[in-house]
Design a protein around this ligand. Structure first.
Ligand SMILES: Nc1nc2c(ncn2[C@@H]2O[C@H](COP(=O)(O)OP(=O)(O)O)[C@@H](O)[C@H]2O)c(=O)[nH]1
Ligand SMILES: [Mg+2]
Length: 304
């Protein structure tokens, strides 16, 4: 696994760095404060949180003056950490010891956000932790989706339950995967799903069915919503639909390596009330990091 801070610090123009550059100017004019707010909005922090942060930073500036860059950095860092909310519980349920049964994780999200890739990376993470994993390819829309998951399974040494038929019932694959995980006494079951769904009713129907059939064998511990960090507000609207369709317990923010818009961490948590638990920082098997507010903020502030 990779380190969140080091990788983020290397990303182009992390917004924390841009904020710091403005805040350490000799005199902060009204237009500088507008730049601060614009920087936050451009980074997808969201209107409400941006306004709140600007207000706090202005208060901080009034109290401390803007003379000492180290003091500015300290206050900015703390304000950002508070905004990301260090009090949310971000532990993956599957990382906790279970009472003699596999933990179950369902991956949901729009097509192309990184569900299958994240399922593979997660499996690798658990395997590295000494856990046995089973994956279920409940994206049955096309065989290529199951092939992709199977490739990941091969790479990380994890069996994949799949159907060979295009358009097979995703719920029946999910059912078989749960049965397999239970019979094998696996530690973790990861179920991949499709994102191609016409409307909310259809989505609720299909995800609800997948959940119900798994629950015939095992309780579902975690539903991870996978969100592409580069899609901004659009991704947020989709996220809400998924959150309404199936109870989401955590968010995986992918493609943060290709985005300076890390502020979506803040807005998505506020909108959904669910913590970001994992971050995708590339396409490789190790490019997944456990989310941690301090490392995240240090990453977007860049090096001192
Ligand atoms: N740069 C980058 N690419 C990613 C990341 N996660 C997934 N991808 C790529 O995004 C594309 C779609 O991923 P996939 O897992 O197939 O998405 P799915 O349709 O939700 O299952 C693939 O080309 C992945 O390699 C990430 O964190 N960073
Ligand atoms: Mg997929």
């Amino acid at each position: 696994m990779i380190r969140l801070k080091a990788r983020l610090a290397k990303s182009p123009n992390p917004f924390g760095k841009a904020l710091f550059a403005i805040l350490t100017k000799d005199h902060l004019s009204e237009s500088d404060w507008e730049d601060v707010e614009d920087t936050l909005l451009m980074a997808d922090v969201g209107a409400e949180a941006s306004e709140q942060l600007v207000k706090q930073l202005r208060d901080d500036a009034r109290i401390t003056g803007q003379k000492d860059p180290a003091a500015v950095r300290r206050s900015l860092r703390q304000r950002l950490i508070d905004l990301v909310d260090p009090n949310m519980d971000r532990t993956l349920v599957a990382a906790r010891p279970q009472a003699n049964r596999p933990s179950v994780i369902i991956m949901v999200g729009v097509n192309g956000t990184g569900k299958t890739t994240t399922a593979g990376k997660l499996a690798r993470l658990f395997v590295a932790d000494g856990k046995s994993v089973v994956m279920g390819a409940a994206d049955t829309f096309r065989a290529a989706a199951a092939d992709q998951l199977e490739t990941w399974g091969g790479k990380v040494g994890v069996p994949v339950v799949r159907s060979d038929r295009d358009g097979a019932d995703p719920a029946s694959v999910a059912f078989e995967a749960a049965e397999r995980a239970k019979n094998d006494h696996a530690d973790v079951l990861i179920v991949d799903t499709a994102g191609r769904l016409q409307n909310k009713a259809n989505l609720m129907d299909q995800l609800g069915k997948i959940r119900r059939v798994i629950e015939k064998n095992l309780p579902v511990d975690e539903v991870l919503l996978v969100l592409d960090a580069t899609t901004g507000q659009n991704g947020m609207i989709q996220a809400k639909v998924f959150a309404q369709a199936i109870g989401v317990t955590g968010i995986v923010l992918t493609k943060l390596d290709g985005s300076a818009k890390g502020g979506i961490v803040i807005s998505v948590q506020r909108e959904l009330g669910v913590p970001v638990k994992l971050v995708g920082l590339g396409e490789g098997p190790d490019d997944l990091a456990v989310f941690d507010p301090e490392s995240f903020v240090d990453g977007i502030l860049g090096d001192e």
